[in-house]
Design a protein. Structure first.
Length: 403
């Protein structure tokens, strides 16, 4: 049954937007005009599962937090979602407008009789969020399941943000320092070349440090543009390859980068183990939990490994034996699977592993920041001292010779 997006005026004169499921355009018009008594302004069929309609990870996390609050307050979901959408009406940003549309769409689907998990699946919500809701509906503890989901998702989002900052700050500092250095060389280039002519006119032999600065300046003036555009072309080529190559090949290339790849793997495995532990807590079958946890890791290598793991498990192998010899599953995770016969102990072990991976990623990120900042500062200081000494050393030598 297709979805139709509408804009209408209700009986109180308020503007209403949302989606409605109907067999045809005529059926949707009858429902809005005759069934609800609204004045229809616009009605169009909405494409499902398109890229634009797919819910982003950030939007799904916000929605999960809102659903957890609504289920805990025991308010009707449709009414609560409408109120949340009305509260967002005061914001004019594109992201808030989109979030409001998603809330209204979800409320409309629930009002039309769809279940919460099916409605979220149509709107492109992440698989682990849908699994959390389904597990909560089966156990009758939807609020608890949503709260657990929000807790582990928010913690991992915070970790990812901190790690990103730990990489962005040194890169920004190094780029700024290099820009200042090369900008200073370009600005002082004519002066440096004129100084060399003056020194050569007096028959002086320039010291090694001054000669190195002179040759570096000439090299930048002669080949600086070529080097810049070559580097820019390399960056563009890398970005193109990231879009053209398969996701698994790109991910393996990222994981092969020293230090950076180790941090990425720790973040992915933290998300995977926490998701698997959370799904195990809520009695999701292990094979399905493995597939959903692999999808939630946002890592194509982990997703492929979890698919193979689940297939071996369904073929009759034990959880530990099924994980053995699968590329992408760390040895410390395999060793923790001895307790797979007790789901509660297995869940605790998985969450403990997730915390270990979090701590490892956080420690590596902090180490990078603590190490790179003083190194960059010292490196830049040495460069600027090199320029100053290279310029003044022959000048002092010339003054001594003249005196």
């Amino acid at each position: 049954m297709p979805d139709f997006q509408y804009i209408a005026i209700d009986q109180t004169g308020n503007r209403q937007t949302g989606t409605l499921q109907a067999d045809s355009v005529e059926a949707a018009q009858r429902e809005l005009k005759e069934g609800r008594g609204w004045t229809l302004l616009e009605l169009k069929e909405q494409k499902q599962n398109s890229t634009d309609d797919k819910m982003s990870r950030g939007a799904s996390e916000d929605l999960a937090a809102q659903l957890a609050e609504l289920t805990a307050s025991q308010l009707p979901l449709e009414q609560g979602l409408r109120k949340l959408a009305d509260e967002l009406a005061v914001f004019s940003t594109w992201g808030r407008k989109r979030q409001r549309e998603q809330l209204n769409t979800l409320a409309s689907r629930l009002e039309s009789g769809q279940s919460l998990d099916d409605a979220l699946q149509v709107q492109g919500a992440p698989a682990d969020l849908i699994a959390a809701i389904r597990a909560g509906l089966v156990t009758g503890k939807t609020g608890q399941a949503m709260s657990q989901y929000v807790t582990y998702v928010k913690d991992l989002s915070t970790l990812r943000s901190r790690v990103s900052i730990s990489f962005i700050y040194p890169a920004f500092l190094f780029s700024l320092a290099m820009a200042l250095f090369f900008g200073l060389l370009i600005y002082l280039g004519p002066l440096i070349l004129n100084f060399s002519d003056i020194f050569y006119g007096f028959g002086m032999q320039l010291p090694l440090i001054t000669s190195s600065l002179l040759e570096t300046t000439k090299f930048i003036f002669d080949f600086g543009a070529i080097i810049f555009f070559t580097g820019l072309a390399g960056v563009v080529l890398f970005c193109v390859l990231c879009f053209v190559l398969p996701r698994q090949a790109v991910r393996r290339m990222q994981l092969s980068i020293p230090i950076f790849g180790s941090i990425l793997q720790s973040i992915s495995m933290s998300r995977f183990t926490h998701a698997l532990g959370f799904l195990t807590d809520n009695d999701v079958p292990l094979a399905e939990a493995l597939r959903l946890a692999g999808q939630s890791a946002d890592d194509s290598v982990v997703a492929e490994a979890s698919q193979r793991w689940a297939a071996r498990l369904e073929a009759g192998e034990s959880l530990r034996d099924a994980a053995d010899r699968i590329r992408g599953i760390p040895a410390d995770l395999i060793e923790s699977l001895h307790w797979n016969s007790d789901r509660e102990i297995l869940s605790r072990a998985l969450h403990a592993l997730g915390e270990m991976y979090e701590s490892r990623a956080r420690l590596q990120a902090v180490t990078i920041t603590a190490f790179t900042e003083p190194v960059i500062v010292i490196f830049v200081g040495v460069l600027f001292m090199w320029i100053v000494i290279a310029l003044f050393f022959p000048l002092i030598q010339l003054m001594n010779d003249l005196s």
